[in-house]
Design a protein around this ligand. Structure first.
Ligand SMILES: *[C@@H]1O[C@H](CO)[C@@H](O)[C@H](O)[C@H]1NC(C)=O
Length: 452
C-alpha cells in the first residue's frame, strides 16, 4: 500500500469517526432568557402582572359581519365544483363545504356555544409584553392532597376548544388518587392570546412564557401534556426546564435530527422483529411511505414556514375559506382512509358544532395569520435556540394514536427522550387525540403522572 493510500484511509477513518461523533453529540442545555415580545412603543414600561378574569363575549357587530359574509359567500355561486367522483383528495370538498356553511349560518348558535366555552373560568395576564389567555380549572383537594398542577398545550389548527371534554376527566378523575389543577393557555398568536410584535417567538420561547405563567400561578414544578405544536413545546420545556417539569405526556413524541434518528427509524422498519413491538409494526410506516404521506399532507406547512402572511389574508377575510382550511385537517389527520369521502368523514368523530367552535376561535380573533407564523419561527434556520439535540431526562409517556400521520418507533426517539417510561399505541384515534378520544388520553396521562 502506498503512503498516499495509507494517508487517505487514515483521513477517511478519522473523518468518518469525527462526523459520527458530531452527529451523536448532544448539545448543552441553552439558557433561555425572559424576553419581551410586545410592541416597541411599550418596551421598558413596567408590566402589569395581575391576573384578570376574562369571559369570551364576542360583540354583536362581529357576529353580524360573519353572518353577512357567510350569506354572501353561500349565495354567490363562486364555490368551484369538485371533480366528478372526488371526495377530499384535492382538498376540502366544496359540496360538503356548502353543508358546513349552511349549518354555520342557520343552525349554529354562537350564544349557546359561547356559554359552553365559558363553563370553565378564563383569565388573561401580561407576560413579556403579551396578554396571555388561559383557562384555569382548580378543583378542591382530594383525600387531603392538593390538586397537582398540569399544563395542557394545544397546537395548530387547534385551540383550547380541543380540551373542553378532557377537562373534567383530569380535574375530577374517577380512578385516581390524585386530581389535577389545569392551566390551559392559548398559544401566543392563537385565539385570545396576543401575537408577538416581532420575529423569533418559537416553541422554546413559548415554553418560556408558559413556565413564567405557571410560576405566576404559584407553581414552580408541574406536569405538562400536549399534542401537535403543544407536543413540541412540551419537549422543549422538558429539555430546557428539567427541574420544573415533573413528568410529561405527549401524543406526538418526535425526534427530528437528534443523533441517528432517521437511521434508527429506517433500521427499525427493516428489522421490525428485533426493533419494534407487534403494535408498533402495525402502524409505523416504511420510510418511503412516510415520506410520500408527508409530502401529500404537509404542503400547508411549507407555506406557513415561508410566506404565512400571504395566504393569511384570504383566510382572515373569508369564513368559508377559513373553515375549509381548518376542517380539512380534521379529515385526513383523523383517518387517512376518509380522503375519498365527499364529507371527509369529519362528522364520524366530531360534531359539526364543536368543529365550528374551533373555527370560531380563529375567526372572531382574526388569528389565523399570526398562528401560522409559528411554523416560520420554528423552521427558521437562524433561530436562536435549536433543541433537537438537547436530550431530556424528564419521564415521558409517548402515546401514539393509530391514525397519527407520523408514528415514530420508540427505537428512533431514545436519543432525544432519554427517559420514556411509557410508549403505547392506543386502540383508536387520530391526530386530535384529546378532542377525539378524551378518555383514552386522560387515562394514559393519569396512569403516567401517578408515578411521579
Ligand atoms: C371514529 O369513528 C369511527 C367510525 O365511526 C370509529 O370506528 C372510531 O372508533 C372513532 N374513533 C374514536 C376515537 O372513537
Amino acid at each position: 500500500m502506498g503512503l498516499i493510500t495509507k494517508i487517505l484511509i487514515l483521513v477517511l477513518t478519522v473523518g468518518t469517526a469525527y462526523v459520527g461523533l458530531k452527529i451523536c453529540q448532544p448539545d448543552p442545555v441553552p439558557v433561555v432568557e425572559d424576553e419581551y415580545w410586545g410592541p416597541k412603543s411599550d418596551q421598558g414600561k413596567k408590566e402589569d402582572s395581575s391576573i384578570r378574569p376574562f369571559k369570551i363575549d364576542i360583540p354583536a357587530a362581529t357576529l353580524d359581519d360573519l353572518k353577512g359574509r357567510l350569506k354572501r359567500e353561500l349565495d354567490s355561486n363562486r364555490l368551484v365544483s369538485p371533480l366528478e367522483g372526488v371526495g377530499f383528495e384535492y382538498g376540502f370538498n366544496s359540496k360538503f363545504l356548502k353543508t358546513v356553511g349552511n349549518h354555520w349560518l342557520s343552525k349554529y348558535d354562537w350564544k349557546v356555544r359561547e356559554k359552553l366555552l365559558n363553563k370553565y373560568p378564563h383569565f388573561k395576564t401580561k407576560i413579556g409584553g403579551l396578554d396571555i389567555h388561559f383557562q384555569h380549572v382548580k378543583p378542591k383537594a382530594k383525600n387531603g392532597v392538593a390538586p397537582r398542577p398540569l399544563l395542557l398545550i394545544h397546537g395548530w389548527p387547534g385551540s383550547i376548544v380541543e380540551f373542553q371534554k378532557i377537562i373534567p376527566l383530569l380535574s375530577e378523575p374517577k380512578n385516581s388518587k390524585y386530581n389535577y389543577e389545569l392551566v390551559i393557555p392559548s398559544l401566543p398568536g392563537y385565539g385570545f392570546s396576543d401575537p408577538a410584535a416581532r420575529r423569533g417567538l418559537s416553541t422554546t420561547e413559548m415554553g418560556n412564557i408558559f413556565k413564567r405563567l405557571m410560576k405566576r400561578l404559584g407553581h414552580e414544578k408541574f406536569y405538562v401534556m400536549g399534542g401537535d405544536w403543544g407536543a413540541m413545546i412540551t419537549m422543549d420545556m422538558a429539555s430546557v426546564y428539567p427541574g420544573n417539569v415533573i413528568a410529561a405526556q405527549s401524543n406526538m413524541c418526535s425526534s427530528i435530527s437528534t443523533g441517528l434518528t432517521h437511521v434508527r427509524y429506517i433500521l427499525a422498519t427493516l428489522l421490525p422483529t428485533f426493533l419494534m413491538t407487534p403494535e408498533e409494526t402495525k402502524v409505523v410506516l416504511p420510510y418511503s411511505k412516510l415520506i410520500s404521506d408527508l409530502f401529500r399532507e404537509s404542503g400547508y406547512a411549507h407555506i406557513h414556514m415561508t410566506k404565512p402572511d400571504t395566504v393569511g389574508v384570504a383566510l382572515t377575510h373569508s369564513p368559508l375559506g377559513l373553515a375549509a382550511y381548518i376542517l380539512e385537517k380534521f379529515s385526513t389527520w383523523t383517518d387517512k382512509s376518509w380522503m375519498n369521502r365527499e364529507d371527509g368523514g369529519i362528522l364520524e368523530n366530531f360534531t359539526m358544532d364543536e368543529l365550528l367552535d374551533n373555527v370560531m376561535v380563529y375567526w372572531v380573533t382574526g388569528s389565523m395569520t399570526s398562528s401560522q407564523r409559528l411554523y416560520a419561527e420554528a423552521m427558521d434556520p437562524a433561530k436562536k435556540h435549536k433543541l433537537d439535540r438537547v436530550p431530556t431526562e424528564v419521564p415521558f409517556s409517548c402515546q401514539f394514536m393509530p391514525n397519527e400521520i407520523i408514528v415514530q418507533p420508540r427505537f428512533s426517539l431514545v436519543d432525544k427522550l432519554k427517559n420514556i417510561q411509557r410508549y403505547s399505541i392506543s386502540p383508536k384515534g387520530g391526530h386530535f387525540g384529546a378532542f377525539e378520544a378524551p378518555e383514552v388520553v386522560a387515562e394514559d396521562a393519569i396512569t403516567h403522572f401517578e408515578k411521579f
